[in-house]
Ligand binder design. Structure first.
Ligand SMILES: NC(=O)c1ccc[n+]([C@@H]2O[C@H](COP(=O)([O-])OP(=O)(O)OC[C@H]3O[C@@H](n4cnc5c(N)ncnc54)[C@H](O)[C@@H]3O)[C@@H](O)[C@H]2O)c1
Length: 316
């Protein structure tokens, strides 16, 4: 008899990263249970799989327990953009803490391996640059970003305690800024902000002087890293991100050049606790997973802009 396909639970599977992961798993012939409460996820993102015999859609909130039979749990459920996670910060903290505890409980019961989508935000506003996994971070525990940053830190803690106490197999990915098709147009993230403003013919808003730096990883590169982490032997935490560092102004210039070079910039004050620098050290991903990003920013921006153009129905 042929081996039965791996049964995957993807929490947050209707979201931006989750839906690309669902595509990847479905294309590999695996079974996918996509679980989402549709806070920031959209059915359109996974519409192509609805009705497929290897695909199931479950409307559920991870803050409540659930019983399912699965082999791999990809735990992505959590709003990722500040606008969304600050909308109901107590719910965000609960999603990270209770949601991760529930998914680890499930992993323990059925003997599944769980991958947590953690974040570079666990490094806070870093005093160490660039950030290796050994850097313990500088997070403001009571700032407006803490519901997310500290939520993910405690989610990591839960993973390692479930591993130590109950022997649950865990994989922890520290994901850095990721962009690509299916980002929400109104999510306040810098790539989508610039693209939407440029497509609408509006000035591009820089916070501060736009001198703060970020790294931008294309979503297909990220998904490849997550798949290698899940299937590899290292529990993490492992940074998954693109070490290419750009200032926000450079990003704005690239987007402007691709859409409408005549658009002006405007400036706004820097938001509270906005980190000034963020760049991953990916040596561990290179050695343990044989992974590094392959898609340059300009190329990734092209497909992202094309997707936004189609959704906003702007003629090229
Ligand atoms: N995109 C990035 O740059 C980035 C960076 C670091 C970490 N991450 C992490 O990756 C994961 C996915 O991020 P994304 O960019 O796809 O965000 P997203 O907001 O598009 O996706 C999150 C998904 O989780 C769902 N969700 C939220 N709360 C839920 C709950 N309580 N129960 C069930 N479903 C719930 C949302 O509806 C959505 O579909 C998140 O855990 C995020 O923290 C993303």
């Amino acid at each position: 008899m042929p081996a039965s396909p791996t049964r995957n639970l993807v929490t947050g599977g209707a979201g931006f990263v989750g839906s690309h992961l669902v595509d990847r798993l479905m294309e590999a012939g695996e079974e996918v249970l996509c679980l989402d409460n549709y806070f920031t996820g959209r059915k359109e993102n996974i519409a192509r799989w609805i009705g497929h015999p290897r695909f199931e859609l479950i409307r559920h909130d991870v803050t409540e327990p659930i019983r399912l039979e699965v082999d791999h749990i990809w735990h992505l459920a959590c709003p990722a953009s500040p606008i969304h996670y600050q909308h109901n910060p107590i719910k965000t903290a609960k999603t990270s803490f209770l949601g991760t505890a529930n998914m680890l409980g499930l992993a323990r019961r059925v003997g599944a391996r769980l991958l947590l989508a953690s974040t570079s935000e666990v490094y806070g506003d870093p005093e160490v640059h660039p950030q290796p996994e050994s850097y313990r971070g500088s997070v403001n525990t009571h700032g407006i970003r803490a519901c997310y940053d500290e939520g993910k830190r405690v989610a990591e803690t839960l993973c390692f305690d479930y591993q130590r106490v109950h022997g649950v197999e865990i994989r922890v990915a520290r994901i850095f800024n990721t962009y690509g098709p299916r980002m929400l147009p109104d999510d306040g993230r810098v790539v989508s902000n610039f693209i939407v403003q440029a497509l609408r013919g509006e000035p591009l808003t820089l916070y501060g002087e736009g001198a703060q730096t970020r790294s931008f990883c294309y979503v297909d590169d990220l998904v490849e890293g997550l798949v290698r982490l899940m299937n590899g032997a290292h529990p993490g935490p492992i940074n998954i991100g693109n070490p290419g560092e750009f200032t926000i102004r450079q990003l704005a210039e690239l987007v402007r050049a691709a859409i409408n070079p005549s658009l002006p910039f405007t400036t706004q004050p820097l938001p509270q606790d906005d980190p000034l620098q963020r760049q991953p050290v990916i040596d561990l991903a290179r050695t343990e997973l044989g992974w590094e990003p392959t898609i340059p920013l300009q190329q990734g921006l092209e497909s992202t802009i094309a997707d936004f153009r189609a959704r906003l129905e702007v003629a090229p």
